[in-house]
Write a protein that binds this ligand. Structure first.
Ligand SMILES: Nc1ncnc2c1ncn2[C@@H]1O[C@H](COP(=O)(O)OP(=O)(O)OP(=O)(O)O)[C@@H](O)[C@H]1O
Length: 577
């Protein structure tokens, strides 16, 4: 059974792409609408095998819309469409040999990305002296007697290949490894002037990486000039590529490549297919690309699950990227025995019974409490809200308030409703107002935390940045304060803020790229397709010290069992030669 959510945009796309068709017109419009719907849901293509012989229904309607025929009939019908072509043709719709139907744009992204990765993965740097390299790796990582030091293996892959990926959950040492790789790269003879660019999908993630690099590089076992050559500037990917106002293109592209020798991208799980393709096509041929991320996290908001697909493809021994991907699985921050680490492992493995058992061990930094009802949720929120935000709202300086704000956050699965970010923000504002910690006299009030929801290049504010509105200590004027990557704070007049939301509570999706000491994650009382393993894992791993989840055990278990799968052909394109 396939649910077809009647979005006008999907019917319009189908009507346009099937215009003038008389034979099988209804069937073709349904299939093309399903493709448009799939892309809207983050899939890159529609897999005909998957929809063949399925009933299509519109939820809430009793009569199913139609029964789709078998794959051969679907393909035969599609071939009559003048807008359909095969790989290599320039048509609005592309059907590939594996029975995947694409909008042309996405087919092009996917094939360009696979080709660019292939070209880079194949370029093994042979000039490295093996014995000298082993000695240098020993200096950075210690002697690896067991041969199982994954961080060292990740460094080796990054040095040997021009495409490599380091995946791991929080605290597995991804940043530590990257900084060591930077030291190793820069110490190579004649490489002191290597041009290194580092980027992340959001300003917040960029700032976090920049501050980690600044503190980690000092401890490297290398000469001071190498440490000094390690850049601490991290930018957003959009800024690195150079957005062009009013266009989806970038200043840097195949014809105007990025002026760098190494590009490192953090939080790569958040990068969607179009942006990753733009990045790889803007790399000069000799440049090295290192992707850092957590393959188990929620995929990008837009189309594709690029990092997940790359990691999955690399598991195949016949893939040309086998050996390019290293998964770090040892948790150095929490220790493997910590509650958060154990819980995130159980969730990742889909082992909901083990996860529920872990909650029963009190005192390990994790708790599961029943979701409050519509009637009781406000009352239940009072204590965590007052306790969680009081320190930040009583802070003496903007810098202190920003630091304290990261101690606690409420994360939600939904945007709207009593269990969603907007409902909880509204409730939080009410209690904080009643407690005298804020005064709700205008939308710009003292103590209002804000989450930026679009990129604003003029004010250097990016989607995902969080700030707090406070009086400027010098002038007394209300300003929105944001942490800058260099550790200082920046003040922006509230009227200059790009689109933003209140941020006492935020969705798990929006929290990607951030970490907080304590997290309260609120799930709705009813199961829904939005509740997935990746969502739960991402929410839990935002917490550094403790996480409390409000969910009924059955809803939690159903969510842990449900995997997000995004249809794409990338995995196969990275395996087949
Ligand atoms: N090989 C190691 N031996 C001992 N401690 C380590 C090792 N690797 C990392 N650590 C320590 O573990 C902690 C987490 O490391 P790091 O910040 O590099 O992880 P991360 O994967 O980048 O985490 P996050 O995704 O949260 O930024 C740090 O305190 C770091 O010093």
């Amino acid at each position: 059974m396939i649910d077809f959510i009647e979005r006008p945009i999907d019917w319009q796309a189908a009507a346009f792409l099937c215009r003038g068709v008389t034979e099988n017109a209804e069937l073709l419009r349904t299939v093309v609408s399903l493709l448009s719907q799939a892309v809207g849901q983050g899939h890159v293509c529609l897999d005909l095998e998957e929809i063949a012989e399925e009933l299509v229904r519109i939820p809430e309607r009793e009569e199913p819309l139609r029964l789709l025929p078998d794959v051969a009939s679907l393909i035969a019908a599609l071939r009559s469409l003048p807008t359909l072509g095969g790989p290599g043709e320039h048509c609005p719709l592309i059907l590939d040999a594996a029975g995947r139907l694409y909008l042309y744009r996405y087919f092009r992204y996917e094939t360009l990305l696979a080709e660019a990765i292939r070209a880079r993965a194949a370029s093994v740097s042979l000039e490295i002296d093996e014995a000298a390299l082993a000695a240098r790796l020993d200096r950075y990582f210690g002697v690896d007697k067991s041969g199982e030091d994954r961080q060292r293996q990740a460094a080796l892959a990054a040095l040997r290949r021009h495409f490599s990926v380091i995946s791991g959950g929080p605290g597995t040492g991804k940043t530590t490894t990257v900084v060591r790789i930077l030291g190793l790269l820069l110490e190579q003879p004649g490489e002191a002037r290597m041009r290194i660019a580092m980027a992340a999908p959001t300003g917040k993630a960029a700032a976090r990486l920049a501050s980690s690099i600044t503190s980690l590089r000092e401890a490297l076992p290398c000469a001071d000039e190498v440490k000094r050559a390690i850049p601490s500037q991290v930018t957003t990917i959009h800024r690195l590529l150079g957005t062009i106002p009013g266009s989806t293109g970038f200043r840097h592209n195949e014809r105007n490549p990025l002026p760098c020798d190494v590009v490192i991208v953090d939080e790569a799980s958040m990068v969607d297919l179009p942006l990753m393709t733009a990045l790889v096509t803007a790399l000069p041929p000799h440049a090295r690309l290192i992707l850092i991320g957590d393959r188990d996290q929620l995929a990008s908001v837009e189309a594709g699950a690029v990092l997940g697909d790359i990691c999955c493809a690399a598991e195949s021994p016949v893939s040309f990227i086998a050996g390019c991907v290293t998964v770090l699985d040892r948790n150095y921050r929490f220790g493997d025995g910590s509650g958060i680490a154990a819980l995130s492992r159980a969730v990742n493995a889909g082992d909901h019974s083990e996860a529920l058992r872990l909650f029963a061990d009190s005192g390990s930094g994790i708790a599961l409490e029943a979701t409050p009802t519509r009637e009781t949720i406000k009352k239940r929120l009072v204590a965590p809200v007052l306790e969680g935000f009081r320190p930040c709202l009583e802070a003496k300086t903007p810098a202190e308030a920003l630091r304290l704000f990261d101690r606690f956050r409420i994360l939600t699965a939904l945007r709207e409703g009593p269990w969603g970010a907007s409902g909880i923000n509204h409730a939080a504002e009410t209690f904080l107002n009643e407690a005298g910690l804020i005064r709700l006299d205008s939308q710009f009030y003292r103590g209002r935390p804000v989450l930026v929801t679009e990129n604003d290049y003029n004010h250097k504010l990016f989607n995902g940045d969080t700030g707090i509105m406070l009086p400027d200590p010098e002038t007394g004027n209300l300003r929105a304060f944001f942490a800058a990557p260099d550790g200082t704070v920046r003040a922006i007049p509230p009227e200059f803020l790009p689109k933003h939301e209140t941020a006492f509570a935020m969705t798990v999706h929006k929290s990607q790229g951030s970490e907080f000491d304590r997290v309260l994650m609120v799930l709705p009382p009813e199961d829904s397709v939005l509740l997935t393993r990746e969502l739960i894992y991402t929410g839990i791993t935002r917490a550094k010290q403790s996480v409390t989840i409000w969910s009924d055990a059955a809803v939690f278990s159903a969510a842990v069992k449900r995997r997000t799968e995004r249809r794409s052909g990338l995995r196969e394109r990275l395996v087949n030669s």
